[in-house]
Design a protein around this ligand. Structure first.
Ligand SMILES: Cc1cc2nc3c(=O)[nH]c(=O)nc-3n(C[C@H](O)[C@H](O)[C@H](O)COP(=O)(O)OP(=O)(O)OC[C@H]3O[C@@H](n4cnc5c(N)ncnc54)[C@H](O)[C@@H]3O)c2cc1C
Length: 249
């Protein structure tokens, strides 16, 4: 199977449990993640009575404007990314602060029927698509052949699981960067903002940029107040990009 776009599922979102002895005067629409951040912010000044009569999303707009990013760190969102390439995840896992990752292991999992992700720049050009598909198919054939030969070479290893691992970890060397992978990514809203700013920008690589824009749309829906200052637009290279209003250094 060849993926032409990522498949993104929300695995978890915050559940806010308001303590009965410190109730907040909530105003306006909000989600649990947003209320959690507002609660944390208000605790700093014990302003639960909401003297300025701010709606949650107004309050959080001000938090972003002032650069009080730590308040956003309380809200974590976990996403499952599928239909993304190993080259995308290689770039993604460089984002460390506030992130957690669990990714499919090519040492344990058999890749002889692996899927591939066509780079966006190739999609739509018949000749390029053909050339690319031929190469990934050849690579997969080479992988299958190598696993077989390595299993024979190490037939004397008594533990079959260990033997398979030895074969797969060596054979994966011929698989391309375009091999599909799956990864669970958890990050707090502040960390998501930093990563999305960098990877949805025009300077980012096309596949991760497309993924970042898709994540942005999902998270904007989950918690509009955390991501409302991102603007998605059509860039000069005819692909979508996004820019942020409140950049945090
Ligand atoms: C367009 C683009 C091109 C790139 N090209 C390359 C490339 O060619 N080669 C390459 O190697 N990388 C490249 N990168 C990756 C880049 O160098 C960063 O590793 C990546 O963007 C993650 O950024 P970060 O370290 O700020 O993120 P995070 O690790 O999430 O950190 C976020 C912030 O936390 C703070 N922080 C985190 N860790 C530390 C620490 N140990 N010490 C002090 N402060 C810390 C910093 O303020 C940092 O900005 C590229 C990134 C982009 C967006």
């Amino acid at each position: 199977m060849i993926f032409l776009e990522p498949l993104i599922s929300v695995l978890s979102r915050p559940v806010f449990a308001e303590p009965s002895h410190l109730p907040v005067t909530w105003l306006g629409e909000s989600t649990d993640g947003e209320r959690l951040a507002e609660f944390a912010g208000r605790l700093c000044y014990m302003s639960q009575k909401n003297p300025a009569k701010r709606e949650t999303r107004e309050y959080l707009e001000n938090i972003k404007k002032q650069g009080h990013g730590s308040v956003l760190e309380h809200a974590n969102y976990s996403l499952l990314l599928e239909g993304v390439s190993r080259s995308l995840t290689h770039e993604l896992v460089r984002h460390r602060a506030g992130f957690a990752y669990s990714q499919l292991s090519q040492r344990y999992v058999d890749e002889s029927t692996a899927n591939f992700v066509m780079p966006p720049a190739i999609i739509g050009d018949e000749a390029l698509e053909k050339a690319w598909t031929r190469q990934v198919e050849e690579a997969q054939k080479a992988y299958v052949g190598l696993v077989e030969q390595l299993m024979t070479r190490y037939a004397w290893v008594p533990d079959k699981v260990h033997r398979r691992k030895m074969a797969r970890e060596a054979a994966r060397g011929v698989l391309p960067n375009s091999t599909e992978t799956k990864i669970v990514v958890t990050a707090n809203a502040r960390a998501w903002r930093t990563m999305l700013e960098l990877r949805s920008s025009e300077g980012a690589e096309f596949e991760i940029r497309r993924c970042a824009v898709a994540i942005l749309r999902i998270l904007k829906d989950e918690a509009p107040a955390f991501f409302s200052d991102f603007e998605i637009y059509q860039a000069g290279d005819r692909a979508e990009a996004a820019k942020i209003a409140y950049h945090k250094v």
